[in-house]
Design a protein around this ligand. Structure first.
Ligand code: NDP
Length: 397
């Protein structure tokens, strides 16, 4: 008997609620809380399982504490925005509730992606006998688990890691992001960092381009190197990794719009004076761009997210590619959402199942690669995201 409190009624929140309701043997009670309760009610109305709703400002610790005391959940799944991670962790500590999220904390005023703030909670969670699982989405999340699987089953030592994320789908809009536009654009426009020989190497945002031939009929697409948070925890927990890079596909059309928006200052995250009031250009841009939640019925095609791990097995050089393919239209038919929200929301629900069922337990703050990958991947497959393992050779990126 486990009650879950899901915070955030956006694209990912919708999928998490659907998936937790499908696993009602584990999540026997579900409450969905967010800043705008009407969005929670709209999601609850789609689901054939009783879902309670509530309004909460997740920036406000006393409000969160009050909600947690009232609901008394066993677990909080945080799928609001990365800005709320620390306040929700504070409230979990105060009331004594386990915590899970899908994105690392970011301060509102700087686009800075690092785990230091959340790792600093380890002792406090440990002392209270609580567990926090960080980054249980797809990337971060499943990509960490794929890497742990490569380290457990396929390689004795991983030396190089390429995480490759393709959205080979299309929504037909001139410019739109597949998840929260503010978070997406902050991430994509940040300077690139990759790990090489024990240090971070900084290069320009999206300045390094390669082509990668994706499997299962997707074919060759341009991929661009960027920083992504799972590399930080992976190189810490799997120290044999000498080089780690993260790659993502972007269409020429997306890049053209992004360049113009950047050049005219619309992606700025500092305040500017406008008609006697202060506005943040990127927040204004979010308000005029399509809501990612509205792209579900429009998006066709597939995503392919995976890792190539290269290293040694039994003294010989070996490479393994582990990936998932997900179909936008199939996701929409199942949970009214496109594949980007789906591939994030399903692992969040599965991470919750691992914690509540006791398959993944620990006291303190953990990343996904610190646990046995196999029970997670078995459940993930049953819940809609199977994976493929191919041993072979791929060109160096
Ligand atoms: P959305 O913007 O669609 O949804 C965010 C939700 O959080 C909205 O319902 C919003 O409320 C709510 N919210 C925002 N601020 C507050 C607050 N102060 N108090 C309460 N609720 C709040 O985002 P997504 O669903 O696309 O993304 C959710 C999370 O998933 C993000 O953290 C994102 O970074 C992460 N993510 C992770 C991925 C991964 O693979 N690991 C991939 C994609 C996303 P309102 O509706 O009122 O604005």
């Amino acid at each position: 008997m486990s009650k879950v409190l899901i915070i955030g009624a956006g694209g990912v929140g919708r999928v998490v609620v659907h998936k937790c309701a499908q696993a009602s043997d584990v999540f026997t009670e579900i409450t969905l809380a967010s800043r705008t309760e009407s969005k929670c009610k709209a999601i609850a109305a789609e689901i054939d399982f009783p879902v309670k709703t509530a309004r909460v400002d997740a920036d406000n610790v006393p409000e969160l504490v009050e909600l947690l005391k009232k609901e008394q959940p066993s677990l909080v799944i945080n799928v609001a925005l990365p800005y709320q991670d620390l306040t929700i962790m504070d409230a979990c500590l105060e009331v004594g509730v386990d915590y899970l999220d899908t994105a690392n904390y970011e301060p509102l005023e700087t686009a800075k992606f690092e785990y230091s703030w959340q790792w600093a909670y380890h002792e406090r969670f440990r002392e209270k006998g609580l567990m926090a699982l960080l980054g249980s989405g797809f990337d971060p999340g499943v990509t960490n688990v794929f890497t742990a699987l490569a380290a457990k089953k396929y390689l004795d030592e991983i030396h190089e890691l390429d995480i490759i994320d393709a959205n080979a789908g299309s929504h037909g809009q001139p410019f739109a992001t597949n998840f929260n536009p503010e978070i997406n654009i902050r991430e994509v426009t940040a300077p690139c960092r990759h790990w090489e020989d024990g240090a971070w190497v900084e290069t320009g945002a999206l300045a390094t381009k390669r082509s990668f031939d994706f499997p299962e009929g997707i074919g060759p697409m341009n991929i661009y190197r960027m920083y992504h948070e799972e590399m930080e925890s992976l190189v810490k927990h799997i120290p044999t990794i000498k080089k780690a890079q993260f790659w993502m596909t972007f269409s020429d059309n997306y890049l053209k719009h992004l360049e113009v928006l950047q050049n005219v200052g619309m992606t700025r995250i500092d305040e500017v004076e406008f008609n006697g009031q202060k506005i943040v250009p990127l927040q204004f841009l979010k308000a005029v761009l399509p809501d990612p939640g509205s792209l579900g019925p429009l998006t066709k095609g597939k995503t392919c997210i995976g890792i190539i791990a290269r290293g040694i097995k039994d003294g010989k050089r070996k490479q393994v590619y582990i990936y998932n393919i997900c179909d936008h239209e199939a996701c929409y038919r199942e949970v009214n959402s496109q594949a980007i929200s789906y591939t994030t929301g399903v692992p969040a629900a599965v991470g919750g199942i691992m914690m509540l069922a006791g398959a993944w337990r620990g006291e303190g703050v953990y990343n996904m690669e610190q646990f046995d990958p196999e029970p997670f991947l078995e459940k993930l497959s049953v819940m809609g995201l199977p994976h493929v393992v191919v041993e072979g050779e791929w060109p160096e990126l």
